[in-house]
Design a protein around this ligand. Structure first.
Ligand code: G3H
Ligand code: 13P
Ligand code: ZN
Length: 311
């Protein structure tokens, strides 16, 4: 099966009451771990690439890894640009073989966000590429410890219909209290499910995206701290909340920090326990194995998209 855009996958996810995992990829081991997990669980996959990942690994290398993932499986796989910063980056990814892009105009005012999003949609739809927009602003990108609870950052449900109609986006990322990184809440985790409900009521059948949705798995934070790391106070979105979101209009759940934590924890552990080893194949094997198991866990116990690849 060739790479696919997200349209059909989201329609099925919406109707089926599950979500698809959008996992950030930066290198071969991460791509292999996610692909292997998808294969074992027969799950559709979104492999997403940030501007930073493109800069780190180069577009062509990542694209060839995606092609390998497709050759290696019969899964529906979307290659998606995460947080596209401008029209030019989105165009470059579309021209370079991505099947879906996000244009992140969330830092712009409403009219400017609509203008840049619509420009990307017009270019993308002519080529059958799907587009994710964002309305509302997630905290935590620059200052991960200081998670804002300011209402102004949340998506305003009264704006979503106009935004979707005027831009033509295929999915919408909203801000309901999640944030990027490993330090999401200062106290009790709290998501504004009331905002999600209002948004979904205004956009029946329309796929919603949740960014900043890592659980910051305590087991791996502990592992990092045990083997020389320093991450006191790391805290993520509880799995119960993510499961609740996955059953609703949320069709795409973004996960990056959990991959980073597993990678770092296992690497620290291996190197601490094997001080004489210096073969990357040795220390990256447990890393890749644990990444695969973590992604399988997400697919089955958080997203509910196991077995959905063939439907
Ligand atoms: O939302 C951001 C993702 O975690 C990607 O992070 O821009 O450092 O690659 P990055
Ligand atoms: P996390 O930092 O919670 O993994 O969020 C990732 C994300 O939203 C990528 O766009
Ligand atoms: Zn994000």
């Amino acid at each position: 099966m060739p790479l696919v855009n997200s349209r059909d996958l989201f329609r099925k996810a919406y109707e089926g009451g599950y979500a698809i995992g959008a996992f950030n990829v930066n290198n071969m081991e991460i791509v292999q771990a996610i692909t292997e997990a998808g294969k074992i669980e027969n799950a559709p996959l979104i492999l997403q690439v940030s501007a930073g990942a493109r800069k780190y690994a180069k577009h062509v290398y990542l694209m060839k890894l995606m092609e390998a993932a497709v050759l290696d499986t019969d899964l529906p796989i979307v290659v998606h640009l995460d947080h596209g910063p401008d029209f030019e980056t989105c165009k470059s990814c579309i021209d370079g073989g991505f099947t879906s892009v996000m244009i992140d105009g969330s830092h712009l005012d409403f009219e400017a966000n609509i203008a840049v999003t619509k420009r990307v949609v017009d270019y993308a739809h002519e080529r059958d590429i799907t587009v994710e927009g964002e309305l509302g602003r997630l905290a935590g990108i620059e200052d991960a410890v200081n998670v804002s609870t300011d209402d102004a950052a949340f998506t305003d449900p009264d704006q979503v219909v106009e935004f979707v109609e005027r831009t033509g986006v295929d999915s919408l990322a909203i801000a309901i209290g999640t944030s990027h990184g490993a330090f999401k809440f200062k106290g009790e985790p709290r998501l504004r499910f009331d905002i999600l409900e209002k948004v979904s009521a205004k956009l029946p059948g329309f796929p919603i995206v949740l960014h900043g949705a890592s659980s910051v798995i305590p087991e791996y934070v502990d592992m990092i701290n045990r083997y020389g790391g320093d991450m006191p106070g790391a805290q993520g979105v509880p799995e119960s909340m993510l499961r609740q979101a996955a059953k609703s209009a949320v069709c795409k759940i973004n996960i990056d920090s959990d991959l980073r934590l597993v990678f770092t924890g296992e690497l620290r552990k291996y190197l601490a326990e094997h001080p004489g080893h210096f073969d990357p194949r040795q220390y990256l094997t447990p890393v890749r194995d644990s990444l695969r198991e973590m992604v399988r866990h997400k697919i089955v116990h958080v997203l509910g998209c196991d077995g959905k690849a063939a439907e």
